[in-house]
Design a protein around this ligand. Structure first.
Ligand code: SF4
Ligand code: SF4
Length: 243
């Protein structure tokens, strides 16, 4: 048998010269000398490249190396880890403990775990909760929006479509069409942050499930809400953005 062949698995063992310059020096915080070819193969995964901060030319700042994080991973799993059985029993024990504790609480009339009979019972979400975005309506029922397009620009999923129009009213621009495709919206709230008029606000509603895609495209009339309906969120926004 060729001296390059592994005696145990019959596969080819890489020539030592392959690892002569391995790993590249830039991956290592300090000179290293791994003992085996296997250790050399695992080196890139066991070390994180140091990041070096370079001050601007002429600056008096001291050049400092970045933080080096070393992660030690076990090369071989133990017998218990390979079997998975102990962890399966631990999971079953936790589930059974919660089940019987909850059942006992139900029998004696004292709830021990937090369960809500949704949708009949609903949780009062905190003020920071973000449901789907809606438009704030003025007292005359028209949107507060001035169709500046900032929310459309800020939206990372391109799910807002605005068609602006000019008027002779005090607020000269308004959105003739304002659509949000809720099948693409990810409730990130960037549109709310971008709006200079507090005209688009994250509501507390998340119940949007449908069997079709078409009802997920909400138009201006579907999105309008009064300031009273959105009071908690608007107060929260003013408090947060004023910080
Ligand atoms: S919440 Fe995010 S994804 Fe949804 S419309 Fe606003 S910016 Fe777009
Ligand atoms: S950022 Fe506000 S005012 Fe501008 S288009 Fe969007 S909702 Fe209207």
């Amino acid at each position: 048998m060729s001296p390059r062949r592994s005696s145990r698995r019959g596969g080819r063992r890489p020539d030592a010269s392959v690892f002569a310059r391995w790993p590249p020096a830039r991956w290592c915080a300090a000179p290293i000398a791994p003992r085996s070819w296997r250790a050399r193969c695992l080196l890139p995964y066991n070390r994180v490249a140091p990041t070096v901060y370079s001050p601007a030319e002429g600056s008096e700042e001291v050049q400092m190396p970045g933080k080096v994080v070393r992660v030690r991973r076990r090369e071989r799993l133990g017998l218990a880890q390979r079997l998975y059985l102990p962890n399966i029993f631990v999971g079953l024990y936790v589930t059974a403990r919660h089940f019987f504790r909850n059942l006992w609480g139900y029998i004696v009339g004292r709830k021990r775990t937090f369960v809500v009979q949704y949708p009949e019972e609903q949780v009062d979400y905190p003020d920071a909760f973000r449901g789907h975005p809606v438009l704030v309506a003025l007292e005359n029922g028209e949107p507060k929006c001035v169709a500046c397009g900032l929310c459309e620009f800020a939206c990372p999923t391109d799910c807002i479509t605005i068609i602006p129009e000019e008027t002779d009213a005090a607020i000269e621009r308004y959105p003739r069409e304002f659509d949000i495709d809720m099948s693409r919206c990810m409730f990130c709230g960037l549109c709310e942050e971008a709006c200079p008029e507090e005209a688009i606000v994250m509501s507390r509603s998340v119940e949007l499930a449908t069997y079709e895609r078409e009802p997920m495209l909400l138009h201006k009339k579907d999105l309008l809400r009064t300031e009273e309906q959105l009071g908690r969120r608007i107060d929260y926004m003013r408090e947060e953005y004023a910080r």
